[in-house]
Design a protein around this ligand. Sequence first.
Ligand code: AMP
Ligand code: MG
Length: 297
Amino acid sequence: MKLKDYMVQDGTSFRLKDHPQRVEDPFESREAAQAEMQKNLEELQELQAKLYAQNRWSLLLVIQAMDAAGKDGLIKHVMSGVNPQGCQVASFKQPSLEERDHDYLWRIAKRLPERGNIGIFNRSYYEDVLVVRVHNLLNHSQLPPSVLGDDIWQRRFSQIRHFERYLVENGILPIKIFLNVSKEEQRRRFLDRIDDPTKNWKFSCADIREREYWDDYMHAYEEAIANTATKAAPWHVIPADRKWFARLLTSEILVETLKSLDLSYPKLPKEELEELARAKESLLAQGRTEHARESKK
Ligand code: AMP
Ligand code: MG
């Protein structure tokens, strides 16, 4: 599994059609794949502990996809082993009235992960160049007319590139994941949600209406990725027709990104180490007194 094959660092010639939604199984058996996943989850746990202790960097996993592409399951599985204390998940839905009264990055900035944490965005500011573009939801009464020309999307791409650069330069590393699911696989998963009573809640008739805009969405995704894939903040276009593969690949990306940082447990300065030694001496001495008192009884 070569991660480079799925990473887009330069979007200039990016075409969605060059990226598969389904890959041939690279593993000999399902067990082999599971073992690999298990190994990654254990590594992730160790790396996250260091990330948290070092309190310098944070990761921001940005997950974008069509409905039923597997965002929720991905989050559940990939983050299953990590300490919840070092994780923050934010889901971005239709903006509230208050959010609508602000610029589109306002609600985003409030949910950025603290230093030392892994933040997960279930949808993100990319919705503002995806669903907003497909359905033309720009707030014409509020945005200044001078920015509402045909170049509004190019402007937003540029804003996003700058924003992501700002994040990186402040120690927040975006890892952008597009779960590339096929229209046929979405159809199967919708049917499954309708047939399985435990999944009914996940389905809404609005999902069927959105599906009719599939091609418009693909066009919007293609342009968004092409214009915002940079070396500092690359996109990962992940075949998502097989859920386990998407999860495995994402765990691999997280592990590799964390490994590329200079993570280590903080080393205390000399004075603090001396203080620790004194504290230890005091605790040991208390133990000896206690022991002596007990044995006199
Ligand atoms: P879900 O993730 O299934 O709970 O759905 C959330 C819905 O909110 C999706 O249909 C998104 O497209 C929509 N959404 C998220 N962000 C925005 C936005 N900025 N403007 C309009 N709709 C949005
Ligand atoms: Mg939904």
